[in-house]
Design a protein around this ligand. Structure first.
Ligand code: NAP
Length: 294
């Protein structure tokens, strides 16, 4: 294996430690305890795991965690009511409504109802727009984590050919905006892209956010390129269980790439650490304090 493995878990632990230290200072110096409210509607098993780990991490970071569990039959109006209450609650600095939502609820209506200053997921159109025009914004956590991981290999991304495979609102598009902000030359590919292997082979830094197991193969990768794998895919195994793999065929890609993130242990842990960072930022902004440089 040739590639350097980018240890997302260790990097996330380091970031988490800095956020926790800054939260402790905020509390000691200003009596301000950052608070994150996580809302879970229904009992999607994957969502249950995600919200539990977010809540545990919030508490471990010395922040206030509030879990709101609503039944699967919750109406859109009921969820909007809760969001309004959380918008008005001065102890809540970040609001995260776990997606996906049950079919009777329009996720865009919920996202639009969240106070943009508390939108720690960075999904509100105001935050997406601010990011697009280069204004300070709350930025989605996964793309933030991806940039941090890439910068451990390339302290500056300026001038590099960056490819983002995937154009979702939560990963691909904001990641492309962040890369533009870093002065990379950005290509965004998607399901209609022609000859994706050839497009991929031009990339100095390749971000895969596709949602299809092991799509990016060895011969898609420029030798020495950096590969950041966002994908989380459950693949059934012979014993009736499953294993989690990324969007990149890790073992073969690692023979060609210069650096690569593993799945699990790459982008995932960084996403949660960036959520803590966003909550800290939102708390600082809520009282016009400067944000710690982290
Ligand atoms: P998504 O909304 O389903 O978007 C997938 C994107 O990939 C779409 O833009 C789609 O193109 C494109 N795509 C699908 N098949 C393709 C193909 N064969 N060739 C090229 N492009 C293709 O997914 P997402 O929410 O962005 O998530 C992507 C992956 O990241 C998933 O595995 C998800 O679980 C994972 N994820 C991980 C984290 C984390 O914390 N690690 C966070 C969020 C998401 P079209 O637009 O043309 O349909």
């Amino acid at each position: 294996m040739k590639a350097r493995i980018i240890d997302g878990k260790a990097l996330a632990d380091e970031l988490f430690g800095k956020v926790a230290a800054a939260a402790a200072r905020l509390s000691a110096d200003h009596g301000l305890e950052p608070g994150l409210a996580v809302v879970l509607v229904g009992n999607n098993p994957a969502s249950e795991i995600y919200v539990r780990s977010k809540s545990v991490k919030t508490v471990a970071a010395g922040m206030r965690s509030a879990m709101h569990r609503l039944p699967d039959a919750t109406t859109q109006d009921e969820l909007l009511d809760l969001v309004r209450r959380l918008n008005e609650d001065s102890r809540t600095h970040g609001i995260l409504v776990q997606l996906p939502l049950p079919p009777q609820i329009d996720p865009q209506a919920i996202i639009a109802a969240i106070d943009p200053g508390k939108d720690v997921d960075g999904f509100h159109p105001v935050n997406a727009g601010r990011l697009a025009v280069g204004l300070p914004a709350l930025v989605p956590c996964t793309p933030l984590g991806c940039i941090r991981l890439a910068k451990t290999v390339h302290p500056t991304l300026e001038g590099l050919d960056a490819l983002v495979i995937g154009r979702s609102n939560i990963v691909g598009k904001p990641l492309a905006q962040l890369l533009l902000g870093e002065n990379a030359t950005v290509t965004v590919a998607h399901s209609r892209t022609r000859d994706l292997p050839a497009t991929s082979r031009r990339a100095d830094v390749l971000f895969a956010a596709i949602g299809r197991a092991e799509t990016v193969r060895r011969d898609w990768i420029k030798p020495g390129a950096t590969v950041i794998d966002v994908g989380i895919n459950r693949v059934p195994t012979a014993d009736g269980k499953y294993r989690v793999v990324g969007d990149v065929a890790f073992a073969e890609a690692a023979e060609v790439a210069g650096a690569i993130t593993p799945v699990p242990g790459g982008v995932g842990p960084m996403t949660i650490a960036c959520l803590m960072l966003n909550t800290l930022r939102a708390a600082c902004r809520s009282v016009n304090l400067p944000e710690p440089e982290i």
